[in-house]
Design a protein around this ligand. Sequence first.
Ligand code: KG4
Length: 349
Amino acid sequence: MILGIESSCDDSALALFDPGTGVRGHWMSSQVALHEKYGGVVPDLASREHLNNLPAMLGLIQGFLGETRPHSIFYTAGPGLAPCLAMGKAMAQALATAWYCPAYGVNHLRAHAYSPFLDFFEHSPTDFVERFYEHLPHLGLLASGGNTLLYEISAIGTIEILAETRDDAAGEAIDKGAKLLGLPYPGGPHIEKLAECGDSGYQKFPIGQNRQQDMFFSFSGLKTSLRYYLEAQTEEEVRQNLCHLCASYQEAVVQGLALRIKQAIRRNRRFRSLGLCGGVAQNRRLRAVLTGISEEQNLPFFVARKEYCGDNAAMIALAGYLERAALYENAPVRPSLPLTEQSLPKDQR
Ligand code: KG4
């Protein structure tokens, strides 16, 4: 049994993963309500909450484990908020000492990249690696509050970035747009809900240029265009057309993401699967548009189950298990660890 620990931002999460069967259980404690009134995550408050939540969840896990002791622990080493990462690592090391087992640092972004395969693992745990390789090279999109990355997985442990954002992340653009529209934080679920009854063609917002050489995402123009648009409207007009504006804004984010995916496929026809992960992957419109692309291109589509889209420990355990040969014990926390790197040993800090 493997224990996964996630504490990179405002979600405290633990997971038990059995290499023979997959995820045995995963637990998450969200802090959304705590940070909502500040309009974003407050790092010191978040780390204090991890200090309360992680041990409380450990109590639940111990009941579940009985006499079994995990043989490895994987914790998020980065990227993330330094005081929050430190809480997860401290817990991992304390448990490693108590259970006489190693604790390894895992790259949170790489864990997201593997998260669409958690269900696939459960379907075929014994020949997972072989079946996973049948779907490589894999083209994946990670869209969250802090990252927007298009990447290629060509082997377990080999992940290359194809495009990233020059300014805001997709989730950040959605949250900032939602704020301009007077919606609560985080804005994604609110925009999605209101968009359901709106017309996405009501207002055209910019989605970036379709030039082959421009392999990057950019969402700051979109946010600015919404701001200018709203400045020219009365409050009443905005209130009356809120659903249409949410649908139009959501559509611009989704089409901006889809554009680069199609471009990446046009550039490289070798891809054998398409994937979607990260908090924004919960968005039904985004899932539908990417499903359409995968069908059009005849590529199997792997999308993380909704509970595995946001930060979770099941993906940390899976990534740790898959990349374990290249990971470092007690790796230091690194707030700005890039997708392309595994965690580093202490002496390379
Ligand atoms: O991966 P995640 O949970 O953590 C961070 O990166 O912080 O992603 C959170 C992001 C937020 O920007 C949130 O607004 C967005 O994911 N999000 C959504 C939806 N649910 C969460 N965006 C669009 N539609 C959703 N249903």
